[in-house]
Ligand binder design. Structure first.
Ligand SMILES: Cc1cc2nc3c(=O)[nH]c(=O)nc-3n(C[C@H](O)[C@H](O)[C@H](O)COP(=O)(O)OP(=O)(O)OC[C@H]3O[C@@H](n4cnc5c(N)ncnc54)[C@H](O)[C@@H]3O)c2cc1C
Ligand SMILES: NC(=O)c1ccc[n+]([C@@H]2O[C@H](COP(=O)([O-])OP(=O)(O)OC[C@H]3O[C@@H](n4cnc5c(N)ncnc54)[C@H](O)[C@@H]3O)[C@@H](O)[C@H]2O)c1
Ligand code: SF4
Ligand code: FES
Length: 809
């Protein structure tokens, strides 16, 4: 007769242990699984992706109910085991069900820690741990605006990104002065904060929450320093505590978690513990990779396969926030007995650090480029001796060729885990390539689940592919626009054009979007493409726009806004200056600052003051917030400068007046210099004009931001009219072929300068492009004026909250 095996906890660690056991001894046990949640086993890690709109709830199920049936497993969901009788060897559930066991595995996971402050039980105060929490947040975002996430660790930041994607205003409250202080050193933490602020997250650092305010539902939280923050939703992400409630009632030895030995056995015979609830050598882990290693040990023991047990894990983490690459492993902080190798490139936004002790890499932090993550993690785990070549850990030596990723894969044994999140070994990936014909990361993901969770192992999976197939054999797969579709930008735009689709809903329906609401990536992109293809017919879908574009002002880190009126070519008048000064005084503007684009920024404006200020200013919006023409920077040119050969200011003003308000895939900056001394820095702009004797040089694709790129010379022309014609044709070609959010610096690299030159060199092509841009321009309106007119028409104040339905990053 088969022995009876009972698993308490239908989560990631417990069920993975059963999967491993079934591989080793498929028929050895009658298995029963109890789970408190109503769902079959799912990938908790991917809840962050579901919240962010990058995955669907149905995509995160690891094992469907049919899997349990096929493997003869009795599954009891919505059953919480409340008692264990170690003498009779039975368990009972809250619903009165009982089951006998010969072997019992406790895998009850963790509970999210909730701050024990007054008001923590109010409606709208939740954790982020399971499907229910995720659904609560998605639902709250439909009705409320202001979310506060308490905790700036991995979970808090992933929750915050998801809530931003759901169009909420998000503030992260962190107790520590630095984000992710458990994974990052201060440099990486500062870079991370800057990046996330750029995405629209606000931060309140070094704050201790004292009370949660509100009647039935939360309305604000108060801090120990007496300040407070409004909130309609509070998500606590301040760590987890092993769920030991059941073990406590059974007489099992507990400390922080359920105490286990190297074979994951508790002090009571035949009762094992695995996962976040277990404490091994004083450590309870909170990441899946070590939990799967623990599960492998139990599986082997129960299958009668020899094992030398579990001896603890070194962990690595990767933050799952799109647009930010952060990796951390092992020891990340400097200590007196360690030295570090650091590489920092402010232009590329990259920071790398490897911590070395006694000739061994013991930790690493990577920001901006995590390609070295797997290699460094391997060095940390194997304790490779790097004495004498410490610098080469991050900086390849000029002499000996650095080992390629594929070389490193060659040295890995087949049973080495490549994807920690899903417990996939090199051997499993190699056989998926050789036996199932997988030749891309996507195919490996579909076959083995490697890279399906945090994505941190993608570079290493790529290296395994190259190792087996050689660089030429690896398929690079076209990426869909977002998780909602496998179609790329060009296919979607082609369909919009070819099938005459004019609304996002229509696009999503007709093209079979996986998520019928779309996500934060595709909604604004579709809105742009539709407007670009059908400028007359498409009605701007304002709810798809990001907060700054909806509010026609840039939200600042303290929740106030900045107002930047248009100042063509950076030229102003005493009257305008006086008016701006009067308005700054009238509205108590705390800071007036010159911008890098030669205009005046009124900072710290309250949202409710915006329409009044715009009306008083009576100047066009400077669009300092939009994906459109921002500024045309100019030098004084020949009008005043003795070196000037052309009227730079006049040319700049003409360009700005011509193209203001035009929507584009991303912001567009221009500049005009009156001679090659180039005081207006025209050669790091999206479109730069530099005067030369008898004409102008036109430059394209520059960027002075995080990824510095000097312009390429497009052409030389003689007259101002030609400058307008070439610039209009160039901008329209970018509008028609650029991916949403792609700056011209990236677009020029992707398209190739020759393609762009070829598209613009014929006069008739330029004129055709010009005609289309003129048409788009003829339909634009100044947004500040529109709002003011609406207010006057209604003779009542149109609050921005009505005008702008929701907010996002
Ligand atoms: C949003 C989010 C993102 C994450 N991202 C990552 C990541 O990127 N990388 C990473 O490595 N880790 C990540 N984690 C952590 C990872 O999900 C956990 O480490 C892992 O799920 C723990 O597995 P477990 O089986 O120990 O616990 P769980 O997955 O929590 O499973 C325990 C299960 O047991 C059930 N249970 C509890 N008590 C009982 C009882 N008495 N009777 C019956 N059932 C019971 C619970 O309801 C639960 O379903 C993330 C976690 C969250 C919440
Ligand atoms: N990408 C990933 O690997 C990932 C993603 C999400 C969750 N997780 C895991 O899930 C678990 C939970 O994540 P977590 O981020 O909640 O845990 P954590 O313990 O890693 O981080 C909690 C953070 O909250 C802060 N904090 C504590 N008390 C606070 C307070 N009163 N006010 C403000 N801030 C406070 C801490 O300083 C800390 O940075 C962890 O085990 C984590 O590793 C991992
Ligand atoms: S770019 Fe030439 S014209 Fe313009 S200010 Fe500088 S030196 Fe003078
Ligand atoms: S390591 Fe996270 S998906 Fe592979």
């Amino acid at each position: 007769m088969k022995k009876k095996l009972v698993l308490v906890g239908n989560g990631m660690a417990g069920v993975n242990c059963i999967e491993q056991l079934l591989k080793l001894a498929p028929n050895r046990y009658d298995i029963t699984i109890f789970g408190s949640e109503p769902h079959p086993n799912y990938n908790r890690i991917l809840l962050s992706s579901v919240l962010a709109g990058d995955a669907d709830m149905k995509d995160i199920v690891i094992n469907e109910r049919s899997w349990y049936a096929e493997n003869g497993i009795a599954l009891h969901t919505s059953h919480t085991v409340t008692g264990i009788d170690p003498v009779k060897k039975t368990v009972t559930t809250d619903k009165g069900l009982s089951a006998a066991y010969d072997e019992l595995i406790i895998a009850t996971g963790s509970n999210a820690f909730m701050l024990p402050v007054p008001g923590a039980d109010k409606e709208g105060v939740i954790a982020f741990r399971d499907i229910k929490d995720c659904e609560t947040m998605m639902d709250a975002a439909k009705h409320y605006k202001k979310a506060v996430v308490i905790g700036g660790g991995l979970l808090g930041l992933e929750a915050a990104r998801g809530l931003l994607n759901l169009n909420m205003d998000v503030t992260v409250v962190h107790k520590h002065p630095f984000l992710m202080e458990r994974q990052l050193d201060q440099t990486a933490s500062i870079l991370l904060r800057k990046e996330l602020e750029g995405q629209g997250m606000r931060f309140l650092m070094s704050k201790n929450t004292e009370q949660i305010l509100g009647k039935k539902r939360v309305s604000a939280i108060r801090f120990s320093d007496g300040t407070s923050e409004e909130a309609d939703l509070v998500v606590m992400a301040i760590g987890i505590r092993p769920n030991i409630a059941l073990a406590r009632t059974t007489g099992i030895t507990i400390n922080q978690g359920i105490v286990v030995n190297d074979f994951m056995e508790t002090n009571i015979p035949h009762i094992h513990a695995v996962g976040e609830c277990a404490e091994h050598n004083g450590v309870a882990y909170g990441l899946v990779a070590p939990l799967y290693e623990q599960g492998a040990v139990i599986a082997k023991r129960l299958a009668g396969v020899e094992t030398d047990g579990y001896h603890g894990s070194i962990v690595s983490t990767k933050l799952k926030v799109s647009g930010v690459d952060v990796f951390s492993a092992g020891v990340y902080a400097d200590r007196p007995d360690t030295r570090s190798v650091r590489v920092q490139d402010d232009f590329a936004g990259i920071y790398k650090k490897a911590v070395i002790q006694d000739g061994k890499v013991i930790g690493a932090v990577l920001f901006g480029d995590i390609g070295d993550g797997s290699r460094l993690f391997k060095m940390i785990r194997t304790g490779e001796d790097v004495t004498g070549r410490e610098r080469e850990v991050l900086i390849p030596s000029s002499g000996a060729p650095a080992k390629s990723g594929a070389d490193l894969v060659a040295e890995m044994p087949d049973d080495e885990v490549v994807c920690g999140c899903n417990g996939v070994t090199k051997g499993a990936i190699v056989s998926a390539i050789k036996e199932k014909g997988c030749s891309s990361i996507g195919e490996i993901k579909a076959c083995t689940k490697a890279s399906a969770s945090c994505g941190g192992c993608k570079p290493l999976v790529g290296d395994v592919l190259t190792y087996v197939l050689g660089a030429d054999g690896v398929k690079t797969v076209k990426e869909g626009m977002c998780g909602c579709t496998t179609l790329g930008r060009d296919e979607v735009v082609e369909a919009i054009r070819g099938m005459h689709l004019t609304t996002s809903k229509e696009v999503m329906n007709v093209l079979g979007w996986a998520n019928e609401e779309g996500c934060s990536k595709c909604r604004p992109a579709l809105n742009y493409y539709l407007g670009m293809v059908w400028p007359n017919e498409h009605e701007d879908e304002r709810e798809s726009r990001f907060v700054n574009e909806r509010n026609h002002a840039n939200i600042q880190k303290d929740g106030t806004y900045s107002v930047v009126p248009r100042m063509y070519g950076g030229v102003t008048t005493p009257e305008d200056l006086k008016k701006i000064a009067d308005i700054a005084l009238k509205y108590n503007v705390p800071l007036v600052k010159m911008t890098g684009g030669q205009r005046i920024d009124l900072l710290g404006v309250k949202k409710e003051d915006l329409p009044g200020m715009w009306a008083d200013l009576d100047m066009p919006s400077g669009y300092a917030y939009g994906k459109t023409l921002r500024t045309v920077k100019t030098c004084v040119g020949e009008t005043f400068c003795r070196f000037g050969t052309q009227d730079a200011m006049g040319m700049g003003i003409k360009l700005e007046k011509k193209f203001e308000r035009l929507s584009a895939p991303a912001k567009v900056k221009m500049a005009v210099s009156g001679c090659p001394r180039n005081c207006a820095e025209a050669t790091i702009k999206d479109f730069g004009v530099v005067a030369i004797d008898g004409g102008w040089e036109l430059y394209v694709g520059g960027n002075g931001g995080t990824k510095l790129r000097g312009c390429d010379l497009l052409t030389k022309v003689k007259t101002e009219d030609e400058v307008i014609e070439w610039s209009g044709a160039y901008v329209q070609f970018y509008r028609e072929t650029g991916k949403y959010n792609e700056r011209t610096s990236e677009w020029v690299e992707r398209m190739g300068l020759d393609t762009i030159k070829a598209a613009l060199e014929k006069k008739e092509d330029r004129l055709a492009l010009m005609e289309r841009i003129e048409h788009a321009l003829s339909l634009t309106k100044d947004p500040w004026k529109e709002i003011i007119e609406k207010r006057e028409l209604n003779e009542t104040f149109v609050p921005l909250s009505e005008e702008t339905p929701a907010t996002a990053g």
